[in-house]
Each structure stands twice: as C-alpha cells, then as structure tokens.
Write a protein that binds this ligand. Sequence first.
Ligand SMILES: Cc1ncc(COP(=O)(O)O)c(C=O)c1O
Length: 420
Amino acid sequence: MTAYTQLSNTDKDQLLAELRQQYDAFATQQLDLDMTRGKPSTQQLDLANNLLRLDGFKDSTGADCRNYGGLDGLPEMKALFSDIIETPVENIIIGGNSSLTLMFDALARACLFGVSEDTSPWHGQEVKFLCPSPGYDRHFTVSQTLGLESIRVDMTDSGPDMDQVEALLAQDASIKGIWCVPKYSNPTGITYSDEVVERLASMKTAADDFRIMWDNAYAEHYFSGELDTVKDILATCAAAGNPDRAYVFASTSKMSFAGSGVSAFASSANNVSYAKKYIGAQSIGPDKVNQLRHLALFPDLASLRNHMSKHAALLGPKFARVEQILNEELAEIDIARWTKPRGGYFTSLDLNTGSAKRTIELSANLGVKLTAAGAPFPYGVDPQDNNIRIAPSFPELDDIETAMRVLCLSAKLATLEAAY
Ligand SMILES: Cc1ncc(COP(=O)(O)O)c(C=O)c1O
C-alpha cells in the first residue's frame, strides 16, 4: 500500500471510488455498535457477582456495619486502599460509590471554603485549572461546572508537558490546580515518569493554594505485561517541601461494579483533617455494608490482584484486536498514529489535522457510535480536530472488529476528502 501523500490525483480518484463502494456495502448491514464509553463488559462485571452475598454485618472491630458511624471508612478498607495507592492508612478517607464525587467535593470545598483554614475560598476569584489533553472529559466538566477556567496543556508519552506546566504556574497565581491520571492515563494509556512526578511535586507555583488532582483510577488495571508503577506523589510532594499539594483519588469502580464500588481520598494529615470537618457535616457515615461486601470479595491486595488478572484476560484480546486492525488498515498509508496501551480503558488515535469530526460522522452514519470528537479536550474542542478515543472494553470481539473496520474506512475517506 502507498502512503496517501504519495498518491497522484488519478490514484486518489480511483481509491475514493473504491472506498465509497466499501462504505455503501457497510451501509446495507444496518449496524448498531457503540464504542463511546469505557465501560466494563458484562463478563467483567460477572466476575464480581459474589458482591451480592454477605454472610455477616460486622467489621474487624465488631462494629455493626448496618448502623451509622465510621465517617472515614472501615479500618480494613483503609488498609486495602493503603496497599493499592501505597499511602499510610491514617492519610486515607473512604468515600461512597464514586471517586468522581470525591473529586467534585474536594473542589467544591475549595470553592466554598478554601483549601485550608488560612486560605480564601476560590469562589469569587478568577481561578484556572490546567487540563493535560487529551484527558478525561469528566474531569474537565467537574472544574468547569464549578466555574474554574480550563487551560489546555499538552500530554507527552511520560505525562503532562512539564515545560508548559512550569512556565504557566510560575507566573499565573490564578492557576490553582491540575488534573492528572498518573497510571494508564485516560485516554492515552501512558504512565507518568518519575521525572514528571518529581517536577510536579517540586515546581514553583505562583498560587500558594495550588492542588494536584491525582486520580489514580487505573492503579491496578493492566492487561499486558507487568503492572506499571508510579512514583508516590504524596511522599514526593512532602520530600519537596510541599506536603499539602496533592489530593489522591482511587476507586474499585472498574474492579467490582462500575458505579457501585468503593472510593478513596488520600492526602496529607492537614488536608485529611480539613476534609473530614466538611465530610462530617455532609454525612453521618458512608455505605459500610458496601465496604464489607467488597472486603469479602477482596480481603487483601493479593486477592484483588488475582481478580484483576481475570479482567486482564478479558480486556487484553480486545485491545490486541484494536491494535491488529489499526495495523492492518492504517499502518502503511501513513494517515494516523495511535497509542499501544498496556492498561487502562482506551486507545487514543491521532489522524491528520482536521479529520476527526468527519471520521466520527462517517462512522455514525454507518451505525458505529464513537466518543464525540473533541471530548478529551477542555470545552470539547480539539484544536487540531485529529484525536479519536477508542473504547473497546464493552463490545464483544466480533463487534470490535466490525467497528474498527468502519472507523478505519471512515478515517481513510475523511483523509482523502480533505485532500481535495
Ligand atoms: C480517569 C477516571 N477517573 C474516574 C472515573 C470514574 O470513577 P468512579 O466510578 O469511581 O467515579 C473514570 C471512569 O471512567 C475514569 O476514567
């Protein structure tokens, strides 16, 4: 196959006609496939069905989990998250079923009350947040919903572009935070290098109430090779003299049942005690019965890792199929680059500038729904209009194959159309 840039006009005409025929052939199949969101498949969810059985109601201290109390979570659940995110138990608060809620609440507290007793509420000030992109759309929605302006910075293969981050933070005191998914990042799948973690922890910030939103959502979610490790952000911040800089989040959403898991927040002793003051006003205690159910399923890190190896066995072949089809369809024509994730939930595809929206539209017209163009960027605007997030976890292998063929065909058509 020839790179599209090398094609003569006559070759292009002929190829476009052939591709349009293939497109029309797909149209007769009346497809209805959805690769819009990174949801666990039914088989993955089935692995945790024992969550619905519980033999007793007491935790390790003998407390009855059916009753009120235990604001910051069961001790054994804190111990489990302490192993997952490698943070001492005293720095952890267990939340409800969603880490995104904990993130929203952490920023809402900052807006209403400030990040500590001696800082001012963000509300009423001009406040900006750094959004490494492509990134997780719901993060950007959280900060934007709270009135914080999103500033886009680039993602590299080892984390956010730290030259950009440091330059912006050094001179702009209205930038008060940054979103980070440090392991198997959403959607590029990269894991932050030690150097990036060290620079984030030690960089100068014009704002003295700057916070890193460290969403370790994919801490245990590998499907290829060994589980990646990421340098401990809380310890690195403390060593750099910025002990209160990072808020860490995690959850079991994509280990047990999505949306019915257990979430956790971890930070410095100061930040944890400040957060507890407000969490204690919000609630008499979290859902401890759900924590107990999770502990029956995952009594320790070893059992959780054993469980996640079963997820890996289901997810690995799906990502391998995505990779195989991208290679078969696009490698030789030089119109795209894509990530090769070893964990997380996404493959990130970059096409030529200006062709993502059209590719997604062409796919949709054939019944293949993809994440909206621009979704992984603040305000839904991809400045290059070239990025597509591929989410293969939910569909069956055959459907992934069909959806990927349609996506690649649409990408070829969009690229050729743009060349005229
Ligand atoms: C990076 C990231 N963080 C958080 C979440 C949601 O987590 P939870 O279900 O715990 O709110 C997701 C879900 O896709 C995610 O990709």
